[in-house]
Structures are given as structure tokens and as C-alpha cells.
Design a protein around this ligand. Structure first.
Ligand SMILES: Nc1nc(=O)c2c([nH]1)NC[C@@H]1CN(c3ccc(C(=O)N[C@@H](CCC(=O)O)C(=O)O)cc3)CN21
Ligand SMILES: CC(C)C(=O)C(=O)O
Ligand SMILES: [Mg+2]
Length: 310
């Protein structure tokens, strides 16, 4: 993938039944990596609240925080198709509020599309209004973490025939309202398969089995960048494709040990030299001011520069 991923590229991948790849990113370096890896879509998820800010849920995340994450990701990714999550509280009140928030993520945040959670009547209205405003919308049903208050926790969804049927109906309504794709989170694979088979737009699964049109995972989960806060909500569907957390911990331990022992910084990492002839002047200046300890320290550092002995 050498060029910017467009809506048409995503549609052609879907038409050829090639799985679409999506990963979250919240900052510049993660966006650079996701982009460089040739991931089709990059989601600036409100999971940032939990993964990057350490909250227990996604509920405290604000538009201001989302915009900051979106702008950083935009600067790092010039190829991946960028989707920004509308955070809790930014779209539920009225279609106008939803459009305003969506416009802001596109206009200020530089997103190619936005995503919002849910499939109830008011969400369908919001999707229509945002789509009418000319903004591509991704739906998100199943486990919708912003409704943890009514779901009663981060629980899988669509476990009964009735619930699964409701999810399928919501998916069809979201498609009819103009969504270009729908995230299916934490549903059994037959539910993912049935919804995917019923739609003319791609489904992007997370804990929804292999029969979706694509897959999304949280960056830190798939790279194994776990920390205590994070481990509390490490879902079962998260395969660790690397152990980056171990590498980070090892690097920090080595740094700590070398600074503590004085091994760092050695000559190679002490690059700056006083201009020729200026060291003597400096030392004399210190001595003439009576700063004998400082002069002694500087002279001994010069000795270290020349001999490596300290
Ligand atoms: N790091 C991270 N990864 C995610 O995938 C993710 C977030 N954060 N934050 C926002 C939502 C929340 N998600 C979650 C969070 C927890 C579970 C979880 O603990 N699931 C349990 C089942 C819990 C139950 O049955 O009560 C599991 O075993 O998978 C699932 C999805 C997915 N999203
Ligand atoms: C888990 C994905 C789908 C998401 O909405 C997020 O990262 O916020
Ligand atoms: Mg989200």
C-alpha cells in the first residue's frame, strides 16, 4: 500500500472479500507505526481514555481530548484511513449536537470519518444527520462501552436469539441510515457471521469471530504493552502479537542500572566540547573568582575527556 487509503479502496477490498485491517492509535508514534505497517484503517478510539489516560471506563473522555489525539495521529499517518470516535456525551442530545461534534473531528482533527456507538432510534437519526452533512460514519454495536451503565459491565452481547436478532436489525438500520461500515464488538461468531452476510457494507469485528469483513484491535493490546491498569480490562479476544511491554521494562531497567553505576553517559554520549583554548580561560576565570572547587571539578572533567579516567 503506497498511497492514501480511500473509501473506494476499502470498498474494493470488501468486494474482493479481502479482510480489512484496523488498529487504534492515540498519538504520533503509534500512528507512524500503524501507517508504516500498511494497516488499512486507523481508529482514534475513545479507548484512549482507558489505555492512554488510565481511566476505568471510556466515559470521562472529552471532545478536547479526542481532538488532541486525532491531531497527533493525523500528523503521523498519511496513508491509513482515519476514523475518530465521538466520545460519550458529544452526540446523544440532538442530531445538531452530533453533526457539530462530527464536523469538529473532521475539520479540526483531520479525520476521514467518525464512529459512534449504538443502534437505537436516536442513534440512527444522528447517523443520518452526520451522513447528510457529508461525513462518512462508522457504526458500532454489540458491546458499546459508552453504555456500560445499562449493559452492566464489559459483557459480551447477542447471547440470546432475541438479542442477536435485535443486533441484526440495528445493523440493517445503521446501513440504511448511511453507515459505510459497522464495528461488531464482543458477539458470538454466528452473530458476526449472520450480520456480515446480511449487510452490503463491511463489518469490522473485535471479539466477534473470523466471519466479519475485517478486524480491529487496540494497539497496546496486540503489541503486548500491558501495564497494571490495563491488565484489569485485557479482554480474552486480544492476541498478543508481540511483547513490547517486556522490551520497554528491560530497557528502563538497563537505563536505571547504568545511570546508578555511572556507566552512562560514557564518552560516546558526551558530545559537546568547549571551543579550543576556552577551557583554560574558563578555569582561570573560576580561580580568579575564588571558585576553587568549581575549577577543580572542571579540570578533572577535562582530564576525563582526554584520558577516560575519572
Ligand atoms: N485495552 C482495551 N482494549 C479493548 O479492546 C477495549 C478497551 N481497552 N477499552 C474500551 C473497550 C472495552 N472493551 C472491553 C473491555 C473488557 C472486556 C472484558 O473484560 N471482557 C471479558 C468478559 C467480561 C464478562 O463476561 O463480564 C472477557 O473475558 O473477555 C471486553 C471488552 C473493549 N475495548
Ligand atoms: C475497540 C474499538 C472498536 C473502539 O471503539 C475504541 O478503541 O475506542
Ligand atoms: Mg470506542
Amino acid at each position: 500500500m503506497a498511497q492514501k487509503v480511500t473509501m473506494r479502496y476499502l470498498q474494493s477490498k470488501y468486494a474482493r472479500k479481502e479482510p480489512i485491517t484496523m488498529v487504534t492509535a492515540y498519538d504520533y508514534p503509534s500512528a507512524v507505526h500503524v501507517n508504516q505497517a500498511g494497516i488499512d484503517m486507523c481508529l482514534v478510539g475513545d479507548s484512549a481514555g482507558m489505555v492512554a489516560h488510565g481511566y476505568d471506563t471510556t466515559l470521562p473522555v472529552t471532545m478536547t481530548e479526542m481532538l488532541s489525539h486525532c491531531k497527533a495521529v493525523k500528523r503521523g499517518a498519511n496513508k491509513s484511513f482515519l476514523v475518530g470516535d465521538l466520545p460519550f456525551g458529544s452526540y446523544e442530545q440532538a442530531p445538531q449536537q452530533a453533526v457539530e461534534s462530527a464536523v469538529s473531528l473532521v475539520k479540526e482533527g483531520g479525520m476521514d470519518a467518525i464512529k459512534l456507538e449504538g443502534g437505537s432510534a436516536s442513534r440512527i437519526t444522528a447517523v443520518k444527520a452526520i451522513h447528510d452533512a457529508g461525513i462518512a460514519v462508522m457504526g458500532h454495536i454489540g458491546l458499546t462501552p459508552q453504555s456500560i451503565g445499562v449493559l452492566g459491565g464489559f459483557r459480551p452481547q447477542g447471547l440470546t436469539s432475541e438479542d442477536a436478532t435485535k443486533l441484526l436489525e440495528q445493523a440493517l438500520l445503521l446501513e440504511a441510515a448511511g453507515c459505510f461500515a459497522i464495528v461488531l464488538e464482543c458477539v458470538p461468531s454466528p452473530v458476526g457471521a449472520a450480520i456480515t452476510s446480511s449487510l452490503k457494507i463491511p463489518t469490522i469485528g473485535i471479539g466477534a469471530g473470523p466471519f466479519c469483513s475485517g478486524q480491529v484491535l487496540v494497539y497496546h493490546d496486540l503489541l503486548g504493552m500491558m501495564h497494571p491498569q490495563h491488565t484489569k480490562v485485557a479482554p480474552k479476544f486480544c492476541k498478543q502479537f508481540a511483547k513490547v511491554g517486556d522490551v520497554i521494562q528491560e530497557g528502563l531497567a538497563k537505563y536505571r542500572a547504568e545511570v546508578s553505576s555511572g556507566a552512562f553517559p560514557c564518552h560516546a554520549y558526551t558530545p559537546y566540547r568547549i571551543n579550543p583554548g576556552q577551557t583554560d580561560l574558563f578555569l582561570k576565570g573560576l580561580e580568579s573568582k575564588g571558585s576553587l572547587d568549581a575549577a577543580q571539578a572542571a579540570a578533572s572533567a577535562r582530564g576525563w575527556e582526554e584520558t577516560g579516567e575519572r
